[in-house]
Design a protein around this ligand. Sequence first.
Ligand SMILES: NC(=O)c1ccc[n+]([C@@H]2O[C@H](COP(=O)([O-])OP(=O)(O)OC[C@H]3O[C@@H](n4cnc5c(N)ncnc54)[C@H](OP(=O)(O)O)[C@@H]3O)[C@@H](O)[C@H]2O)c1
Length: 266
Amino acid sequence: MDRVGIIGYGHMGSMLVNGFLSSGVLGIDEIMVASKRQESMDACAAAWPGIGIARTNRELARQCRLIIITVRPQETRGVLNEIASVMDGDEHVVSLAAGISLEDLEGLFSGSVTRVVPTATSAVGQGTTLVCHGRQVGMLDALRAEGLFSSIGNVALVDEVNLPAATLLSSCGPGLLAAIIEELAGATARASGLEAGRALALTTEMAAATAAYLRETGKTPGDLVEEVATGGGVTEAGVQRLRERLPGVFDGTVAAMLERYGTVGK
Ligand SMILES: NC(=O)c1ccc[n+]([C@@H]2O[C@H](COP(=O)([O-])OP(=O)(O)OC[C@H]3O[C@@H](n4cnc5c(N)ncnc54)[C@H](OP(=O)(O)O)[C@@H]3O)[C@@H](O)[C@H]2O)c1
């Protein structure tokens, strides 16, 4: 009854199973998985021999006290509705779904509910998982959930009102930055003849080094621009062009994402 159940074995579900088991925060007999397609469950069983696979979400809910739902937002209400009938109210449900509020979740399940937003980069132990507990979550349950997620990176407690903006940065952010890296490398390769794979490798290493430099020195991005952009030099020409165009691009990007956040679970 005290196993951790993970419903959904997609990008997030598999990342959490791998992270919790690889870090040792859970043993193989302390975790159970259920997913929709047999192929997903077979993949999980092949990756982690001996792991508990439930045939149905209800079977999982009957055997686990902490239940982490990693299905898409539009599927989350259905799954919670399905398992609520076999739960006794003592369980702690953790939902990863973007855009589904604690109020919505608590309307479907009367026990403890927490919203959690991991990030794909947790797969390499980097990045921040956002955590927002509902009012009914007791201290022990809160600490247990936070302890689990801290095994795959940083954990930050966030008020629900700030969850959309924080999600956009910490969880959608890797996707945005990856798209920027792709464009910068691609444009450089197109303009210069530098081999595309080489350009991407150099750009990826540069992005990691830039983040490490800002994090370790505590300098602002503006400080670094000033250090790199020699007066009248090459970087200055590029930064000037970006500063003319990027505010509009990013205002539009953020607006589109926040608008989608408001409808994604409907
Ligand atoms: N991707 C991210 O970086 C990220 C970050 C933070 C939060 N999230 C949130 O995490 C959730 C999952 O995102 P994802 O990217 O991992 O999506 P995904 O790759 O599409 O995974 C969703 C999984 O849910 C499973 N599923 C669907 N209906 C089900 C049901 N009725 N019962 C059991 N399993 C079912 C599917 O299983 P089958 O494969 O068996 O069909 C699928 O593998 C979303 O709510 C998203 O908002 C995602």
